[in-house]
Design a binder for this molecule. Structure first.
Ligand SMILES: Nc1ncnc2c1ncn2[C@@H]1O[C@H](COP(=O)(O)OP(=O)(O)OP(=O)(O)O)[C@@H](O)[C@H]1O
Ligand SMILES: [Mg+2]
Length: 306
C-alpha cells in the first residue's frame, strides 16, 4: 500500500530561526492508520503537523529540504486551501478556529464554502453534531462554550469536511481527566467508523493510550527517535530519556526491578499479563516494608492481583 503521508529526509527551518526545527524526518503513515505523536514541549510536534496541513510554509514561512507528500500532493505547492481538502486539523488552542456566529454555522462553514445545497447542509450538520454530542448547542455562540464543548465543535467541523487525514494537536490540553477520556473515545470512534487516517499529538501519553493506537512516533529535539507499537515502546527507556511521563504502572513495575516485555501487552493495565512480574513485585514489596493496608482496604498488590 502507498503511504498517505510520507516524509523523506525532510528538514525544515523557520525563517526566523537560526537552526532547523525538524531534522532529517523519515516517516510513512498508511491510509486508515491511527498514530500517536509524543515528545517534550518544543520538540517540533506542532511543526510536523503544520508541514502536513500546509501552514508551513504558507502561514509560517521557512525553508525545507527533502521530500514530503500528503495524499499525493506536495503541501508546499498545494497551498493551505488545497491541503484543506485533504487534511482536517483541530488545533491546540481551539478559540481562534471559530468562524460562525453559532455552533451550527461554524460546523457548516466548510460546506457553505463548497456551495453544498441548504437542506444537505442541515442534515449533515445534524449528523455530525449527533456523533460529537453537541446537538443541544447548535444555536449557541461558540465563544460561550466550555473548553470540552469547544473542542467537540472543532471535531465536528473537521469531520464534516470530506478529508482523508485528521490531525489532532494536543486534544487533551485544557480538559479534565474525565472529559479527556471522552475526547479520546470520540477520536477512536471517528477513526474506527470513518476509516480516516488519524494523527494525535499529545504529551499526556497515559491518557492518550486509553484507546488503542497502531503506532507511537516519539519526537525529540526535532528528530524522530522512535517509531514503534505501544507495546514495544513501553519496554524501552526511550520515554524516560526524552522526559515523557510513561504510564504510572509501568514506572512502578520498572521500579520494582521488572524487565517489561512486549509479549505481556503492557499498553493497557487491564489486559496486561502481570504473571511474569509477580515474584519481583512481591519481593520488592516485602523489602520496602510498607505499612499493612488499613482494615477493610486492599493492598496495592491485591488491587493489581499480584
Ligand atoms: N511560527 C514559528 N516561527 C518560528 N519558530 C517557531 C514557530 N513555531 C514554533 N517554532 C519553534 O520551533 C520549535 C518547536 O516548536 P513546536 O511548536 O513545533 O513544538 P511542540 O513539540 O509542538 O511543543 P509543545 O508541546 O509545547 O506544543 C520551538 O523551539 C519553537 O520556538
Ligand atoms: Mg505543540
Amino acid at each position: 500500500m502507498k503511504p498517505i503521508i510520507e516524509f523523506k529526509d525532510y528538514t525544515f527551518k523557520y525563517r526566523s530561526q537560526v537552526d532547523p526545527t525538524l531534522y532529517n524526518i523519515n516517516l510513512a503513515v498508511y491510509p486508515g492508520e491511527k498514530v500517536l505523536i509524543v515528545g517534550p514541549s518544543g520538540s517540533g510536534k506542532s511543526t510536523l503537523a503544520h508541514c502536513i496541513n500546509g501552514l508551513v510554509p504558507f502561514s509560517f514561512p521557512g525553508e525545507s529540504t527533502g521530500e514530503l507528500q500528503v495524499g499525493g500532493e506536495d503541501p508546499s505547492r498545494a497551498g493551505i486551501f488545497g491541503m484543506s481538502k485533504l487534511v482536517g486539523t483541530v488545533l491546540q488552542d481551539t478559540d481562534g478556529q471559530f468562524i460562525g456566529l453559532t455552533v451550527a454555522e461554524d460546523i457548516a462553514f466548510a460546506l457553505e464554502n463548497d456551495c453544498v445545497p441548504q437542506d444537505e447542509i442541515f442534515s449533515k450538520v445534524d449528523e455530525v453534531a449527533e456523533i460529537v454530542d453537541v446537538k443541544n448547542l447548535l444555536k449557541h455562540a461558540p465563544t460561550e462554550l466550555s473548553g470540552g464543548q469547544k473542542q467537540r465543535v472543532s471535531m465536528a467541523g473537521v469531520m464534516i469536511d470530506d478529508v482523508d487525514v485528521l490531525l489532532f494537536d494536543e486534544p487533551l490540553a485544557n480538559l479534565d481527566p474525565a472529559t479527556g477520556k471522552k475526547a479520546i473515545d470520540l477520536i477512536d470512534k471517528i477513526s474506527r467508523t470513518t476509516g480516516k487516517t488519524v494523527l494525535i499529538i499529545e504529551h499526556r501519553l497515559e491518557d492518550a493510550l486509553y484507546r488503542d493506537v497502531d503506532r507511537i512516533v516519539v519526537v525529540g529535539e526535532g528528530r524522530i527517535v522512535a517509531d514503534m507499537t505501544p507495546d514495544e515502546l513501553l519496554c524501552t527507556d526511550i520515554l524516560q530519556k526524552e522526559g515523557i511521563r510513561e504510564p504510572l504502572y509501568i514506572t512502578a513495575l520498572k521500579h520494582a526491578g521488572c524487565q517489561i516485555t512486549a509479549d505481556t501487552r503492557p499498553q493497557h493495565i487491564e489486559t496486561m499479563d502481570l504473571a511474569p512480574y509477580r515474584e519481583k513485585v512481591q519481593a520488592w514489596y516485602k523489602e520496602a516494608q510498607l505499612p499493612p493496608p488499613r482494615p477493610g482496604k486492599q493492598s496495592a498488590l491485591e488491587v493489581l492481583d499480584l
